[in-house]
Every structure is written in structure tokens, then in C-alpha cells.
Design a protein around this ligand. Structure first.
Ligand SMILES: [Zn+2]
Length: 314
């Protein structure tokens, strides 16, 4: 009898796990909601805003971790195989992307490099500290293609990323074309309005010197006419060497910099060291690569712009 109960239990477990597998497959193929995997958090927000109730979006990068150097685990890759679409930033933002693409290519998953067709900015020599303390050969391997990947920190380029996502949704699910296009137009208007508001505000400023922890804000500075100086380079690498510190101190003193902006990727301690040297204060802003302090992309951009504007106008 006992044996029978055990084997019955075993069969039940087996049946249960079989049906669990089945429902997962159905989920992907039921034609109701597109399952979309993304890397950085802005892409999740754009996909959710445009896809609404037609999509289910998840990010493979845990909140608060370093998106540049994230290391996908076998579980992350398994999750991605079960998706209809995969969105990533590109421009070597995701230094680890090859392992993901190698796994999901040829598996009936629509892969979208969302920075496609964006006119990417070159990284200035100054913002790429990766060549320091390296011989010539390894420096070449580590040049990240020479482009700044942080395009979403420009509201205008973020619209282009959102448009690439919208186009992919329309391609995969043409029946809901109008729905995706309406949602995209709403997003576009919100981003355009916010951008115009701050173009006008920053135009009135005389102080345009922006000193930050990690050189992620090149696009934002370009859009609003600011000059970016940083402790860590565009990829969050490079430390505050005595030489860098001296140059930043001199720059900050000459330009009467009163605020050092700091965000999660760069060490706050380094920002504080610099601030102390020049008598400035440290103010937090967000690169928005992963979700922090429960802020959406748009909330984060509003916060960044208002914080930078109000501190530079003092
Ligand atoms: Zn970054």
C-alpha cells in the first residue's frame, strides 16, 4: 500500500511538471501577450509604455547592479529562450552581449538592437581611461568601438530607441499596429515636451560645467549645451588617480564648480574626495541603467534635469 501511495505521488509530481512545461510553451505561443526580455531598465519602460497590455516585459539585469559588467547566468539564458523578443541597447553597452546572442540567435526570437540608426557620439580620449596602465595591444581590445553607449540619457535619442521597439512590435504583431503606434506617439510627445522645457531652462544658464562620477551623461550634456568632466570613464572604469584628481581639482576651481554629481556606478567616496578638495557638495543623479529608488525612466530623467538645472543655476 505504502509503495502504491509513493508511486501515485510520483506520478502526480510527474504529471504536474509535465503540465507546467506545457503551460510555459502555451504562454509563448498563445498569441495573446508577447514575452519580451530586455537588458537595461529604460528599454523595459519603453517596451511597457508602447506594448501596454499586449506585452509582458522582464529585465535580465538585477536592479542596482552594474549593467556594463553584468554576467548572465545559465538561468538568465534559459529565461530568454522562452521569449518572443529580446531588446538590448548595443554600442557595446552590454559588454557581455555575445554570450546572450550566441544562445538565442536562430531560435525564432526577434532580436532588436535599439540604438540602431542613432548617430552615436564618439568617446573623447579624456573620457576613456581604459588605456591607462595598459600596453598598446590590450588597450586596443578594450576600446569599446569608440562610441558612447548611453544614448537613452538623451530624450531625443530615447525616442529613436522607442521607435525601434515600436517597429519591432508592429512587425511581430501587425494586428495591433494602431495600438502600438498610438502608444508610441504619446511617449514621443511626453519626451519631446520635457526636452523642450529644459532646452529653454538650460539656455538661460551661464554656468555650463558639469562634473560627475561616471561619464555617462555625454548625450544629456550635448542636448543641453553642458561640458562634462568625470572621475570614471564612459564604461564606469578608471579610478581617481592622483593625476586625474589634480586635473579635476584644477578644472573645478578654475570654473568655480560648486556641485559634483554622483551616481551609483561611480564610487561616492571618490566624488566626496573631489568635492572636499574644491569646497563643493555631492548631489546624486541617475544613469538609469538599472532601476534605482523605484524610479521610472521618465521620473529619473525629470529628476536628473531638474537637479542638474537647479544646482547649476545657484
Ligand atoms: Zn554606464
Amino acid at each position: 500500500m505504502k509503495k502504491k501511495i509513493i508511486s501515485l505521488g510520483f506520478i502526480l509530481v510527474l504529471l504536474f511538471s509535465l503540465s507546467a512545461c506545457e503551460s510555459k510553451d502555451l504562454e509563448k505561443n498563445d498569441g495573446e501577450r508577447l514575452r519580451v526580455g530586455v537588458t537595461i531598465n529604460p528599454l523595459k519602460d519603453f517596451a511597457e509604455a508602447i506594448g501596454g497590455d499586449k506585452v509582458e516585459v522582464f529585465s535580465i539585469i538585477p536592479d542596482g547592479s552594474d549593467a556594463h559588467s553584468f554576467d548572465p547566468k545559465p538561468k538568465d539564458l534559459k529565461d530568454l529562450i522562452n521569449t518572443d523578443m529580446f531588446l538590448y541597447n548595443g554600442l557595446e553597452m552590454e559588454e557581455w552581449i555575445d554570450s546572450v546572442l550566441g544562445t538565442i540567435e536562430g531560435k525564432d526570437i526577434k532580436i532588436v538592437e535599439t540604438s540602431k540608426n542613432i548617430d552615436a557620439m564618439n568617446i573623447s580620449e579624456e573620457d576613456d581611461h581604459s588605456h591607462e596602465d595598459m600596453d598598446e595591444e590590450s588597450s586596443e581590445e578594450h576600446n569599446h568601438g569608440g562610441k558612447d553607449p548611453h544614448v537613452w540619457l538623451s530624450l531625443i535619442d530615447a525616442i529613436k530607441q522607442a521607435e525601434n521597439i515600436k517597429d519591432a512590435f508592429v512587425e511581430v504583431d501587425p494586428d495591433n499596429k494602431n495600438y502600438y503606434e498610438d502608444n508610441f506617439e504619446k511617449l514621443k510627445k511626453e519626451f519631446t515636451d520635457l526636452n523642450s522645457e529644459y532646452v529653454n531652462k538650460f539656455n538661460t544658464l551661464t554656468n555650463k560645467d558639469f562634473v560627475t562620477g561616471h561619464a555617462a551623461f555625454g548625450y544629456l550634456c550635448r542636448d543641453f549645451g553642458l561640458t562634462q568632466k568625470s572621475i570614471a570613464d564612459v564604461f564606469g572604469e578608471g579610478e581617481l588617480t592622483p593625476k586625474n584628481l589634480e586635473a579635476l581639482i584644477n578644472y573645478s576651481k578654475t570654473n568655480n564648480v560648486k556641485t559634483i554629481f554622483s551616481e551609483a556606478t561611480a564610487s561616492e567616496k571618490e566624488a566626496e574626495t573631489l568635492a572636499k578638495e574644491v569646497g563643493a557638495k555631492v548631489v546624486k543623479i541617475y544613469s538609469l541603467e538599472t532601476k534605482e529608488d523605484n524610479m521610472s525612466y521618465l521620473e529619473g530623467m525629470k529628476y536628473n534635469l531638474e537637479t542638474i538645472y537647479s544646482n547649476l543655476s545657484n
